[in-house]
Structure formats: C-alpha cells, structure tokens
Design a protein. Structure first.
Length: 147
C-alpha cells in the first residue's frame, strides 16, 4: 500500500474513474481549481497536461496545493488533502499513456489519438500529499437512497 494513504483511500483512488480537482494559487493570489485525470502510483497522485497550461505555471510558482477526488452523486465518499506539486517534464508522455489506459481503456480512440498527437509537449504533475482526509457517507445515506 502506498505510504500516506490508508487502505480505504487506496481502494477508492484506484477504482475512481473521475477527475481529480487540483487547487493551485494563481499569480493574483486567488485560488484556481482545475479538473485533471489522475493515477495513484508509489504514494503520489500523477496527472498530465500540456506544458503551456496555466496550471503548470501556477504550480511552478507555488508548489503548495490542495486536491480532491470525489463523485458529484451520492452516496458521498472521497479523498482530499494538501500537497506539494512538482512539474516533471520527462514523464509527461508516459503518464499520459497511463491515464489513457486508465480512463479510456487504451490508446485506440479518436480522443486518445488527438491527445497523443501533442505528447511531445505533455508534462506530468506529481502531487505529493502532505495531509490526507477521507470521508465515506455510504452507510449514513443508505436509507435515503433506497427510494
């Protein structure tokens, strides 16, 4: 099990095929929230995006960030925390391919082909959690969902 994440969090993060919400600080000092595909590997959350994306400049300027992975529909369950993010220019395409496998089941789709056509400009965002919080309201909400 990756360090820092409990067994329940690992199970949830490995099964969740929803975007991670990454909160970073803009140069104005105001936060920005960006949704990105993610994968949990070696106790870190990894995302990929184009090197020119605004989130890349935000993270380079201020690596402290926050993240959340949670569905919008009940029963509510998720993982959130504070982290330090690092831009990794060498692993962009590798992480992109991992994300395509995870979210699309491979690289044989129009969306995958489109994303891979720009892979030379892809960077990875390595999110290193500092604190982690989980919640799970499945039992609490069980009776209200059986209608």
């Amino acid at each position: 099990m990756p360090s820092g994440f409990g067994a329940d969090a690992v199970e949830f993060l490995e099964r969740a095929k929803i975007p991670l919400r990454l909160a970073a600080i803009k140069p104005s000092g105001w936060p920005a929230v960006i949704s990105l595909w993610f994968v949990l590997m070696d106790g870190k959350l990894w995302c990929a995006t184009q090197s020119e994306a605004k989130i890349v400049s935000y993270v380079r300027a201020e690596p402290r960030c926050a993240f959340e992975v949670a569905p919008d529909q009940p029963p509510y369950r998720g993982v959130r925390g504070s982290a330090n993010a690092v831009i990794n220019e060498e692993q962009g395409e590798e992480i992109l391919r991992t994300l395509l496998d995870r979210y699309l089941g491979g690289t044989d789709s129009p969306l995958a082909h489109n994303l891979l056509s720009k892979a030379e400009d892809e960077v990875a965002i390595e999110i290193r959690p500092v604190s982690i919080h989980t919640w799970d309201y499945r039992k609490r909400m069980e009776s209200s969902l059986k209608r």
